[in-house]
Write a protein that binds this ligand. Structure first.
Ligand code: ARG
Length: 561
């Protein structure tokens, strides 16, 4: 039942001699107290040569459908109140029937979306910068699947490039195998830092680093062995972070190195299409006045980040035949992806249009970029562990003796971090403050999880009885809650269209707030059996949607906390 459509059709029946269906607007009122739906009559007034209020009154006279309970005419608007009994019955039954598939649609028609997200860099800490890519990517994946798309998830690991030449040089010169084994990420970082320090006084090191990378690209076995080892150790570390996050199901871990043998073909094609130029000691593709040229190959033959991304784009198009290719990567790489698309379009591939950079803002701490703390880079793993510790402390205070408390502590701590990341518009910068994100009130993960757990404890009293809608009285609190559920399918569509999980976060925040109002103003369980049954059923459908909303965001939903 598409209520807006029904209202439109009803009005069209009255005015069809004067208006087209498109000219009739049905809006969500700014203030729900004013109406369930509002119809502005200003534009119609020109065509009909009557005042908006007269038109509204005329429509009001003509409307005859049992879905309307009350219609007000105010300031040129038709304010429509729906038949609460009838609509509630419809929504409640639909959610009870469809459960977690409520809100799913088939707009995607099984089209393929290739998603490139997370993509941390080997031999470097998995930092908070990659947190955003990981959780936004994971949520967009879930949202896309709910919209009927097929999603291929790719962790495009940063495992290739000059930095590996430098690292291999540093390891061969100053490295110690045992130290790397014990503490790979920190040790490799130390080596990398040392390389740069020494290079300050000895610039020839830069050249050595480049040579080492060239050797690696040319397939030198000794270099490859060390590289492989660095990669394995790094992945072991990264997996600890992925396990904590509960996000660990990429369809592919083909990182940059995977494209090493696939770049020549791209370069040949660029050459044959006369797009490659030698300039300032390197091969470039010129992209016009408003953009710097794309650097494709250095004079020593070594490849670059964009060269690997070009090869990856072809590989993905050929292997997955995607309809959309999303790259969930921070704002600072906007130029890179604009160049990538432009090169592909100059090569004559119309599907360059299907490549989309899903960018996002930074994580700030006290207003500053949170990638370093006292000069040390902030590891995502440490942040998650801190959040979990704080969550455990709260559990001890609030619910001592909780069963499974360790698992719940992880769910709350990690959920808080994820929710904080997804609650604002994707493109905004976000502020990170551990104390704030773990509060049980306000717009936080724990607030939603807590609301969900509270409902679950109420549901223990639920008996499965049918509701007799003629016998229940639906007050404002219950109705606001039920009507909010009606809009969920629209939210799911919008979240995909905008590639923005915050649509879902904001929705479940609102839903939780409406539930808590309902809970504060009504005794859910009392002597009136019919009303108790009705209220508990409302609780049940709210729980279904909160759980599904959290699932889409990648947040776990403990039943008790
Ligand atoms: N590893 C890169 C970084 O950390 C992100 C990779 C994004 N994906 C891509 N296909 N370029 O900056």
């Amino acid at each position: 039942m598409n209520l807006k459509q029904i209202i439109k059709e009803d009005i069209y029946d009255i005015l069809k001699d004067h208006l087209t269906m498109e000219e009739i607007l049905v809006e969500n009122p700014k203030d729900r107290k004013m109406a369930d739906f509002a119809v502005p009559c200003f534009a119609m007034s020109k065509v009909l040569r009557k005042s908006p209020n007269d038109i509204a009154n005329m429509i009001k006279e003509g409307l005859d459908n049992e879905i309307y309970e009350k219609i007000d005419v105010i300031n040129g608007y038709l304010n429509i109140f729906l038949n609460k009994q009838m609509i509630s019955k419809y929504i409640i039954n639909k959610v009870l029937e469809e459960k977690d598939t409520y809100g799913s649609n088939n707009i995607g028609d099984n089209k393929v979306i290739v998603m490139d997200y997370s993509s941390p860099n080997i031999a470097k800490p998995f930092g908070v910068g990659h947190l955003r890519s990981t959780v936004i990517g994971n949520a967009i994946k879930n949202i896309s699947i709910k919209n009927g798309y097929q999603v291929i998830s790719i962790n495009h690991l940063g495992d290739w490039g000059t930095q590996f030449g430098k690292l291999i040089y540093a390891y061969n010169t100053w490295g110690n195998e045992d130290l790397v084994r014990q503490n790979p990420i920190d040790e490799l970082k130390n080596l990398y830092v040392r390389f740069h320090k020494e290079a300050e006084t000895n610039p020839s090191l830069e050249e050595e680093g480049r040579k080492c990378f060239k050797k690696l690209e040319d397939g030198d076995l000794e270099s490859l062995k060390i590289w492989e080892w660095f990669k394995d150790e790094s992945l072991k570390e990264f997996n600890k972070t992925y396990d904590l996050l509960g996000i660990n199901e990429f369809d592919s871990y083909n990182g940059e190195a995977f494209y090493n043998d696939k770049m020549d073909a791209v370069i040949k094609e660029l050459e044959s299409k006369k797009l490659l130029e030698f300039s300032d000691g390197a091969y470039v593709v010129r992209l016009g006045e408003d953009m710097p040229p794309a650097l494709i190959k250095r004079s020593d033959g070594a490849s670059l980040y964009i060269t690997r991304d070009l090869a990856a784009a072809f590989y993905r198009k050929n292997n997955y035949n995607f309809d959309e290719a999303l790259y969930v990567v921070g704002n600072e790489q906007t130029l890179h992806f604009t160049q990538l698309k432009k090169v592909l379009s100059k090569m004559g591939y119309p599907w360059s249009e299907d490549i989309k950079h899903i960018s996002f803002g930074m994580i700030l701490q006290d207003g500053k970029k949170m990638s370093t703390r006292q000069g040390k880079s902030v590891k995502l793993h440490d942040v998650l562990v801190e959040a979990i510790e704080l969550a455990n402390k709260y559990i001890e205070e609030r619910s001592p003796g909780l069963e499974n408390s360790e698992e719940v502590g992880r769910q709350i701590g990690v959920g808080a971090v994820i929710f904080n990341d997804l609650k604002n518009y994707r493109t905004s910068d976000i502020e990170f403050n551990l104390e704030d994100i773990l509060k049980f009130e306000g717009e936080t993960g724990p607030y939603i999880q807590y609301t969900y757990a509270r409902i679950n404890s109420l549901l223990k009293h639920k008996q499965n009885k049918n509701i007799d809608y003629d016998d229940v009285e639906i007050n404002e609190y219950a109705w606001n809650l039920i009507f909010k559920l009606y809009s969920f399918p629209e939210i799911v569509i919008r979240a995909k269209e905008k590639y923005d999980p915050s649509e879902i976060s904001k929705y479940i925040i609102d839903l939780s707030a409406l539930f808590n109002k309902f809970y504060a103003n009504e005794k859910i369980i009392d002597e009136d059996e019919k009303m108790t049954n009705f209220r508990l059923t409302v609780c049940e459908i709210v729980a279904i949607l909160l759980e599904e909303g959290m699932r889409l965001l990648g947040i776990e939903a403990p039943k008790k906390m």
